[in-house]
Design a protein around this ligand. Structure first.
Ligand code: 5RP
Length: 222
């Protein structure tokens, strides 16, 4: 199976999970990226079950709307039974690195509201220890150099993602070379640096369920 076929398989499994576990008429949280895009396409086939969605990025909002799915502002929504999103890396504790697509802050906000976070990923994203994928950190532009110096003190090599501005008008530093032995502690420590909006570690609020696409089929954990 190709990587896209694995992504499509987990996206369909996630749509089935939502249909089985979320009440009819609810609002579904929807992530960002190529795997999340396949989920949107699968969700669209059952869109009459749902009132609509909350989007974790402008790109996701546009794709949902192109399928005729109503998109709600998060401030109008108090309950999101399920949030479905991809990941760049996921470990055995369902901690993740996210933000390869630059939507980490809105993703983390939607995940904070959601009751259940379903991570959908192809098998290449599963790792024993996270950190090979450079950790995205969203920064207020005027703080970029200060934040980069602090990240170097933590042992990382930050690189500005050139030509990229987030949906929130900020910049991304991709941090290479971090040893992520304690994801929760590192997530909290980086978020304490003044000028950081948030970082792409999702360990303080990890996924609840992982649907992993493998050649042998979709494996579920959690
Ligand atoms: C976007 C993300 C994505 O979930 C992550 O980058 C995975 O993307 P893809 O499904 O395209 O591999 O965090 O900010």
């Amino acid at each position: 199976m190709t990587q896209d076929e694995l992504k499509q398989a987990v996206a369909q499994a996630a749509a089935d999970y939502v249909a089985e576990n979320a009440p009819q008429g609810c609002i579904v949280g929807v992530g960002t990226g190529s795997t999340a895009n396949f989920f949107i396409d699968a969700l669209a086939r059952q869109k009459d079950r749902y009132r609509g969605a909350v989007a974790s990025s402008e790109a996701t909002r546009k794709r949902l709307e192109s399928h005729g799915i109503a998109v709600f502002d998060l401030n109008e929504v108090s309950d999101i039974p399920v949030y479905v999103d991809g990941a760049d890396e996921v470990d055995a504790g369902l901690n993740m690195i996210k933000g390869g697509g630059g939507a980490l802050t809105r993703e983390k906000i939607v995940a904070a509201v959601a009751r259940t976070f379903v991570c959908i990923a192809d098998g290449s994203k599963q790792v024993a220890v996270m950190g090979k994928f450079p950790l995205p950190v969203e920064v207020i532009p005027m703080a970029r150099a200060h934040v980069a110096r602090q990240l170097e003190k933590l042992g990382g090599r930050p690189q500005l993602r050139t030509g990229f501005i987030t949906d929130n008008g900020n910049e991304i530093l991709d941090v290479h070379g971090l040893q992520i032995a304690d994801p929760k502690a590192l997530e909290a420590e980086i978020n304490q640096i003044v000028g950081v909006v948030t970082n792409g570690l999702f360990a303080l609020r990890p996924a609840d369920v992982l649907l992993l696409g493998t050649a042998e089929g979709v494996r579920r954990s959690g």
